[in-house]
Design a protein around this ligand. Sequence first.
Ligand SMILES: [Zn+2]
Length: 417
Amino acid sequence: MRPNSHLHAENQRAQYVSDRQANAVLDELLHTQDVARAFELIDDYNITDEVIRVSEIPAPPFKEQARAEYTAAKFRETGLENVRIDDEGNCLGQLPGATGGPVIIFSAHLDTVFPEETDVKVRRENNRLLGPGVGDNACGVASLICLAQILTAAGIRPPASIQFAATVGEEGEGNLRGVRYLFSEGAYRKGADFFISLDGPGLERITNRALGSRRYKVTLRGPGGHSWGDFGVVNPVHALGRAIARFAAYPAPFSPRTAFNVGVIEGGSSVNAIPESAGMSVDLRSVSDEEIDKLEAFLRRVVEMAVREENSQRTISGTSLTASIEMVGARPSGETSAASHIVQAAMDCSRVLGISPRLDCSSTDSNIPISLGIPSVTIGAGGASGNCHTLAEWYDPSGNTLGVRRLVLLALLLSRK
Ligand SMILES: [Zn+2]
């Protein structure tokens, strides 16, 4: 949708009023005993040790149980109520509020991208912690545990019902299965008022736009044969190569931002054998579902053309190539308005702590609630990190107490819906 200048002016005005109101409320909040006590407790809490403990519990895709059980034990220890692990593997707990108060969900994903046998021992090097998954998302889970601890220990009972969710399956082929379950059959099937996902470090980025993606596995199959004796039989690798060359030339628009990637190719068994199959894994992304539709149509077309070409070039009759295109993942796109209460509250709570927030678009657990119209943002837990999704991942915890301070303020501000 194109920005409308009249609407824009209205939003600006609405924003100005809400900024002033929010700032007055924030000002008042900052001077309450509750917040003073919470901030003191945060300073005493060793979040960094928690990050290490969480990070050293393996949580490979589809095998997050151990980390979920640890989180559940911590939730129980803090005094959260109704702590449980649901049928999908998500760990849940809650701080009940007054009846009729808003429902605020704070969440963090448990899973990493690393396979089971990965060494997850965390090493310290100067100010940095080194370990796969330490920033994405051990630091988010640790901050979620810390928030539960602080709110209960400070005796804060906001009118809102505060729900805690450590989710499974955010990364890759997990395809957001944890958060999908929560909002379809699980604890939040009736919805919620606000959803905040803690994902990774940093404090500036406030993700209010959901980057959509679709993933496909393309497989081409033929009869195979001997490279000399059966020459002329259809060759799936030759056809795949042509399909990729055409696909890679797709003119993806910069706005709305769109991207594609052939991430894995496979096939064949020997240099002197005509392969029986060849395949590729393809990732399509865009901030617009319409652009993803176009990309998907293009992908189907190039595969079809490559198969037709290969079949028309064969010289041995009776052999033909077939293709299958299987969708292995889909994440909806969408947006929580920049003028919405949750986005403005996240910005205000950041600014009051000296953080300069910026809005961002990314693919996170928030994609699901955003696509359902639930006001949602994904924010960082504080600290810094690098080499994310690699074995050389590092995390610098400086500033992670500020991250939890912001969460406390956000919980209290959103409670006054
Ligand atoms: Zn993450």
